[in-house]
Design a protein around this ligand. Structure first.
Ligand code: SF4
Ligand code: FES
Length: 256
């Protein structure tokens, strides 16, 4: 059986101990205090990157911290940086990313590391809140179910956007988030676009105002890294462009 050479980011402190100096291959890391540690992992058919991380934790080093839940691309919790690019690891096959049987796994960029491959998503979801990313109900539970025609213009505008799983891949891939940490980012703005097109939602102009700030949709430089990397093949860049149009229209109408 062939072997995969895997370098995994480990935090400097590990449950009261430290990464062994002889295992620390790269002391200077963009992820902060820590080092890349090398492991040899057996290659398996149809092996995913998450399978690799799980093998390391279960068979080689039980102190390795990482996060996952569904393993089928639904929960969004398993995103990591794999050979320099943010990816969902449960749906990323080793064959697709391991050139010369070598793979490097690190935590997502632009978010603080809690430990090893686990990042703190608080800022990511705080920005969803800042973009008014929660549904604002206009009906009560005693009302009839709303009927939204599937072919209506607004419903079709969000056919894709509602599929976001909140994985953070777009956020970690966005250069603007790196330069401008207050920028709301592609996922929060994609969520805002979803809700401004939801005919059941009542937030109205207040959500448009929330994304019309210096940290909102106009901070996007249309690099399209979010769209290129989103594992669900969504187009947050198009959602942000839609918000820019809405903000411009509101400004012209004097309602901003
Ligand atoms: Fe993940 Fe795509 Fe949603 Fe961004 S837009 S959080 S990459 S599913
Ligand atoms: Fe749920 Fe990967 S473990 S999306």
């Amino acid at each position: 059986m062939s072997t995969l050479s895997v370098r995994v980011f480990r935090s400097a402190t590990q449950g009261g101990g430290t990464v062994p100096p002889d295992a620390a291959l790269c002391a200077a890391s963009p992820q902060g205090a820590g080092a890349f540690v090398a492991y040899d992992v057996p290659r398996r058919p149809a092996q995913t990157v998450l399978d690799v991380v799980t093998h390391i934790q279960r068979c080689l080093d039980p102190t390795l911290a990482y996060r996952f839940a569904c393993r089928v691309g639904m929960c969004g919790s398993c995103a990591m940086t794999v050979n320099g690019k943010a990816r969902w690891t449960c749906r990323t096959h080793v064959d697709a990313v391991a050139a010369n049987d070598v793979i490097e796994i690190a935590p997502l960029s632009h978010l603080p590391v809690v430990r090893d491959l686990v990042v703190d998503m608080t800022a990511f979801f705080d920005k969803w809140a800042a973009a008014k990313g929660s549904f604002s109900a206009t009906a009560s539970r005693t009302d009839e179910f709303a009927r939204v025609p599937p072919n209506s213009r607004k419903r079709r505008a969000i056919d894709e956007t509602i599929e976001c799983i909140g994985c953070g891949v777009c956020y970690a891939s966005c250069d603007v988030v790196g330069w401008k940490p207050d920028y709301l980012g592609p996922a929060a703005l994609n969520r805002a676009w979803t809700l401004v097109n939801d005919v059941r939602d009542g937030a109205g102009i207040s959500r448009v105002r929330a994304v019309a700030t210096d940290e909102g949709c106009h901070a996007c430089h249309t690099h399209e890294s979010c769209t290129e990397r989103c594992p669900k093949h969504l187009t947050p860049t198009a959602s942000i462009a839609g918000l820019k149009r809405l903000v411009a229209l509101a400004a012209l109408k004097g309602t901003l």
